[in-house]
Design a protein around this ligand. Sequence first.
Ligand SMILES: *Cc1c(COP(=O)(O)O)cnc(C)c1O
Length: 409
Amino acid sequence: MMFDIQSDSQVLRQGQFADYSDSFCEPIAMTSAYRFQSAEQAAARFSGAEPGHVYSRFTNPSVHVFEERVALLEAAEGAVAFASGMAALTAVMMAFAESGSNIVCSRDVFGTTLVALRSYFARFGVEVRVVGLMDYAAWEQAIDQQTRLVFVETPSNPMQDIVNIAVLARMAHAMNALLVVDNTLLTPIMQQPLLLGADLVLHSAGKYMDGQGRCVAGVVCGPLPLITPLRGVLRTLGFSLSPMNAWLLLKSLEMLSLRMVQINQSALQLASWLEHQQDVQAVYYSGLESHPCHTLACQQQAGFGGVFSFKAGTDRHDAWVFINALRLISIATNIGDTRSMVTHPASTTHGRLSAEERQQSGISENLVRLSIGLETSEDLIRDLAQALMQMRSARLPRSFTLQQSGALV
Ligand SMILES: *Cc1c(COP(=O)(O)O)cnc(C)c1O
C-alpha cells in the first residue's frame, strides 16, 4: 500500500534499491549502515546470533568479497581486511601481544614494521627481539615462553634472503608462539605460508594484490580461532578498509595469477641478463642458481616474484647515474605496480638506518632495487642496457665521455 510522503522526503527514497543481485560486476557497497527488518533482527545481528552485516567499521559486502577471495588464495579459513599493511600489523599486535610478552622479528622486514614495533609497541611493554632472517641458532635462542609472535618477511626485500617457514613454525610452536609471515612480496600465487605451517599471513594489499598502485590496504589470513579476535580488534579499534578500495582489490585479484606469472618470467629474464653484464657485480634474485637460497626458494615457493636488486658499478655515484639514465623504468620507492620502478635503497628505503645497520643488511651504496612490472622484458632489457652504457661512459675520462655521449644521441 502506498505511503504518501512529501517530495523532500521522497528525494531521499526515489530509486532506492534493496537488491542489486542482477548486476554482473560486483557492486561497490558504499554504505556505513544496514537496514534491519525488525528490532529482533537488529538485536540478533549485534549479538552475532544471526549472520549478516551490522556496521561498515567491521563488516561490509564489498570488503567481505575481497576477504573471501584472499582467504581462498591463501588456503585460509578466513581473512580480515584493514586500511593498510601497517594497520594489519597493528591489529595482529593488538590481538595477540601483551605487556610483559615479547615478539621476535627478522631484521630485514619492511622498515616501518620495525619502527612500529620498536617505537610504539615497545612503549606498551612488548619486548622486541630482532634476529637475522637465516640465523636459526639465534631464532632458537630468542623464542621463549614469553614469545607471543614470531614475525618474518620471506624472501627479504631487497636481498632475497629466505627462511625455511616449516622449520621456523616448529620453533615457534614449541613455545606456543604464533608464526606470522608477511607474504606481500610473493603473493599467494608464489607462496602459501599457511600450508607450510605459518599461523597467520599478512599482506600490504596495495602492492601486488592491487598491482596497479591505486590504493593502500592490508589483509591478514588464518584459521578462524585467530581470525575472530582480529575481527574483534577491527570492530573495536576501527582501522577499516574502505568499500571502494576493497572493490578495486577484488577486481585486481581476478588477474593476480596472470600478472604474477608474467612478472616472474620477466624478472627471471632480466636478472639472468644482468648477471652477465660488465659493471654489474652481483645480482640478488632467488630465481638465479647463483643465489645462496635458490634451492630453498625452489622448495617452498612456486616462483620468485618481481623485486630484486643488483650492484651497479662501484659506488653511489655510479648507482645514481644509472638510475637517472633509465628512460622507461620510473624512479619510485613503491613495489608491485604494472609499471617497473627503480629505487636506491641506501638513500631512500634504508636511509634512516645507521651505516652499520645498512652494512649488516647488505645495503651497499651501489645497490639498486628493481620492481618489475608488465612491460615486455625486451623493452626493459633495452632500457637497462642503455643506462648501463651511460653509467660506463660517465666513469671514463671526461674527453672520452663527450665523444661517447655524442655517439649515443
Ligand atoms: C608496503 C609494505 C608494508 C606496509 O604496508 P602499507 O600498506 O604501506 O601500510 C608491509 N610489508 C611490506 C613487505 C611492504 O612492502
